[in-house]
Design a protein around this ligand. Structure first.
Ligand code: TSX
Ligand code: MN
Length: 583
């Protein structure tokens, strides 16, 4: 046996001695294995079969009512030095973290089966991919990991070849919110998660591995692990450009990743293809460009709001072979959620109770679908390319009712990093309960960066090297409102108009108006045909509110100061330079 498989076996044995499961099952990822797990969960009532006629091979899972979201206050990064985790993470010394977690894991799998899940994040034959093994006592986790990652025998073979893998240990425990912790040990490539069966708390390949551990690993290996969608834009000439985009929650990342062009663009031959909707790993290629892969194999998308209008590709994807979590159900066992807009009505809510809109919504606001990317009509074959796709533009965005124009281009890489580092978004009820409060969320990585944000910004800046052919960096805001409180930009498919302008800037065929905050489109060069934008809309979407931006840059300066002396001087200087030009 290879030494890496010995390491793996020894770890599994050590975990089994600690957690004392009744059985150990090594997952091979086969159809037969999946069918047996589904049948077992149906039998024990943790999975309900949905309508086989309308939604073949699809199931509903209901999580514990207070286990429905990430738990940032219980999420830790355990580096030897507190300062390496930074002000953006909760920190615990590694020895203390292990001691606390191992006490929770002691005997926790008695009477249960321990599943060993070998998985690969990214195409199985890509040099950019990384493997992991998750140990869990949840068959729901196994079924989801099978959709979200390349799971089973091929991953195990790669681990045997490669030697290194991320170790993730998970138990649902008693689902006690007071005994729920998610700890990361980046130096040891280790994750320990206890007390939750939900989403990113339990599917350790996603946020824990592909963002928190990977971002740390990427820093030391010279690449980037980002909270970004990746999409391809094919123009009428048949050329495809790839864009990576980071947005905080509730900005419609999955919708943008699966965008359907407006009618006129379709007729002209434009096409959008989806590489990924959540995570992007990228590194410089030999030609100096950044090449990106989507480490995931599926979508774990928010259900509410997903409709034939907002995202036809997502809706088509989830008509079969889908696991729904915490959605409502109709009388004939079809999944249902707020904003589905399909003329049906729910009878049962996400807690399994009779639906009463006065009590709670039918679907939990954070309810999800898990589906293979291969089911998505816009899924790009290039998503399976081991080389990754070359990125032409990086887009940062946020939900800003005022001040921030529809789109601007940054002058250079350093300016782009500053815009990413200072980006923010206004909260929606779904996220926090408080509506319209501006929160800064650098590169949309606030809950996901596995090390000190100041060092992360320095890592971003370090890509600007001789010979590098870096993407252009843009900022967008689909959510600008008028004085009447209504959205000024139609959004959705019409966002392609903005993406087209970005690509014109990339190939040099469009001019721009240079301003202190960056380059704004000339309205003659961003296609507004067929839209009837008011005078107010044009002014607010494409204009510069100098006094408002002076205040914004003062606020950005104060925000960056929170990172103290570790903040790269170049970012501080860029903020000062722009503030001075605005004055
Ligand atoms: O996803 C959204 N996108 C990106 C789409 C590719 N949403 C939904 C956000 C919640 C997750 C949007 N909402 C977008 C958007 O571009 N824009 C808006 C705001 C908006 C809402 C409704 C309308 C227009 C804009 N309706 C009409 O104009 C009729
Ligand atoms: Mn995400």
């Amino acid at each position: 046996m290879s030494s890496s498989l010995e390491t793996l076996n020894q770890w599994v044995e050590a975990v089994a001695r600690l957690t004392r499961p009744d059985r150990i099952h090594w997952c091979d990822g086969s159809d037969a294995e999946n069918a047996a797990l589904i049948a077992q969960m149906q039998a024990d009532g943790t999975l309900f079969k949905l309508n086989e006629q309308t939604h073949p091979n699809s199931y509903l899972h209901r999580s514990h009512p207070d286990d429905v979201a990430r738990v940032e206050h219980l999420t830790f990064v355990c580096t030897p030095e507190r300062e390496d985790a930074g002000p953006n993470n909760h920190w615990m010394a590694p020895a203390d973290g292990h001691a606390q977690m191992d006490a929770l894991f002691d005997g926790c799998m008695a009477g249960r089966t321990l599943y060993v899940i070998p998985y690969c994040m990214g195409p199985i034959d890509s040099p950019l991919s990384r493997c992991g093994v998750e140990i869990t006592d949840s068959p729901y986790v196994v079924a989801n990991m099978r959709i979200m990652t390349r799971m089973g025998a091929p991953a195990l073979a790669r681990i045997e070849r490669e030697g290194t893998f991320v170790k993730g240990l998970h138990s649902i425990g008693e689902l006690d919110p007071n005994r729920r912790y998610i700890m990361h040990f980046p130096e040891e490539l280790t994750i320990k998660s206890f007390g939750s069966g939900y989403g990113g708390n339990a599917l350790l390949g996603k946020k824990c591995h592909a963002l928190r551990i990977a971002s740390h690993q990427a820093r030391s290996e010279g690449w980037l692990a980002e909270h970004m969608l990746i999409l391809g834009i094919e123009n009428p000439k048949g050329e495809t450009h790839y864009i990576a985009a980071a947005f905080p929650s509730a900005c419609g990342k999955t919708n943008l990743a699966m965008l359907i062009p407006p009618e006129g663009y379709l007729q002209d031959g434009w096409k959008i293809t989806t590489i990924g909707d959540d995570i992007c790993w990228m590194r410089p290629g030999k030609d100096g460009r950044l090449y990106a892969i989507n480490p995931e194999a599926g979508f774990f998308g928010v259900a509410p709001g997903t409709s034939a209008k907002s995202n036809p590709n997502a809706l088509a994807s989830i008509q079969a072979d889908t696991i729904f979590t915490n959605v409502g159900v109709t009388a004939d066992n079809q999944p249902w959620w707020e904003g589905l807009d399909n003329g049906q009505t729910p009878v049962t809510d996400w807690q399994g109770q009779p639906y009463d809109p006065a009590v709670r919504p039918a679907a939990h606001p954070n309810s999800r679908f898990t589906v293979s990317a291969k089911r998505c009509p816009s899924y790009s074959p290039m998503a399976e390319d081991p080389q990754g796709v070359p990125i032409s533009a990086i887009v940062f965005g946020g939900r800003r009712a005022s001040l921030v124009p529809l789109v601007f281009e940054t002058r250079d890489w350093t300016h782009g990093v500053l815009v990413g580092a200072s980006m923010g978004s206004e909260t929606t009820a779904a996220a926090t309960g408080a509506v319209g409060v501006m929160r800064r969320d650098p590169m949309a990585m606030k809950p996901f960066c596995g090390y000190n944000f100041a060092d992360y910004f320095a890592h971003w800046l370090s890509f600007d090297q001789p010979g590098a052919k870096l993407p252009k960096v843009f900022h967008v805001n689909w959510f600008r409102k008028g004085d009447d409180g209504k959205f000024l930009w139609p959004g959705f498919g019409d966002n392609l108009r903005v993406l087209e302008w970005m690509l014109k800037r990339v190939d040099g065929s469009a001019g721009a108006q240079e301003t202190p905050i960056g380059n704004l489109p000339l309205t003659s060069e961003l296609n507004l045909d067929g839209l009837s934008l008011s005078e107010e809309a044009r002014n607010k979407l494409f204009g510069l509110d100098r006094a408002g931006w002076q205040a914004e840059f003062a606020s950005i300066g104060e925000y960056l100061d929170e990172y103290g002396p570790r903040l790269p001087q170049a970012l501080h200087e860029e903020q000062q330079r722009i503030a001075a030009r605005l004055a």
